[in-house]
Structures are given as structure tokens and as C-alpha cells.
Design a protein around this ligand. Structure first.
Ligand SMILES: [Cu+2]
Length: 120
């Protein structure tokens, strides 16, 4: 049959495409000024969220609600990207569906410094 070897090649491209679109990358969140943008995001289980501190202040990405940590993740201090790019990024992979709330420890009284990740 003439087309015998086409299906495996198609599968290869399909799998490459799927692993690219459904792979580790989930969403980016930027800290600018004193706020997470976007505040609330939605990803799929197994995807990773990347937070980047593009503000001029230090921030954290700490899981929990109402300024109290729940211990799942904590970025520690994130430096402004302009000062220390290597300490300005935090990533977390979400394996299990659910709603994950988080806040910045230094500004958690500010509503804008509280966010959530909904994992489907
Ligand atoms: Cu902050």
C-alpha cells in the first residue's frame, strides 16, 4: 500500500503537537506594582504556573488564605527582576484539580496581592 508509512509519521507530529500544547506550561502571572496579574487563573492538572516579579518591590507567592500559609508552596522572597533576575521568578506545578489560593506575605492585606489558581 502506497500510504503505509504515513500514519506513523502523522502520529509523531500529533503527539509532538499535543505535548507542546498540553505540556508543562500553564500560565504566567506577573507581579507589577502591588498586584498579581491576572489575579485568578485557570489551568489543567499537570501544568505549571510561572510568577514573575516585574515590580520594584519584593513579593512572595505563598499558598493559603487570609494571610495564613497552608504550607503547600512558598516562593520565599522574590526580588524585582531589574535588581536580581535570577531571584525574581517562581514556578509551581499543579498536579491535582482544585482551587488553590495564594497571597504575597509582605502585602497580603492588599486584596490585589491575593490570587487563585483553578486546576481543572
Ligand atoms: Cu507583595
Amino acid at each position: 500500500m502506497k500510504n503505509r508509512f504515513i500514519p506513523p509519521i502523522s502520529c509523531f507530529f500529533l503527539i509532538s503537537f499535543l505535548s507542546f500544547t498540553t505540556g508543562a506550561f500553564g500560565a504566567d502571572v506577573v507581579m507589577s506594582g502591588t498586584g498579581f496579574e491576572p489575579k485568578n487563573i485557570e489551568i489543567k492538572a499537570g501544568e505549571t504556573v510561572k510568577w514573575m516579579n516585574k515590580a520594584t518591590l519584593i513579593h512572595t507567592v505563598t499558598s493559603g488564605e487570609n494571610c495564613s500559609k497552608d504550607g503547600l508552596f512558598d516562593s520565599a522572597i522574590l526580588m524585582p527582576e531589574k535588581m536580581k533576575p535570577e531571584k525574581s521568578v517562581f514556578e509551581w506545578k499543579f498536579e491535582t484539580p482544585g482551587v488553590y489560593k495564594y497571597f504575597c506575605k509582605t502585602h497580603c492585606e492588599n486584596e490585589k496581592m491575593r490570587g487563585s489558581v483553578t486546576v481543572k
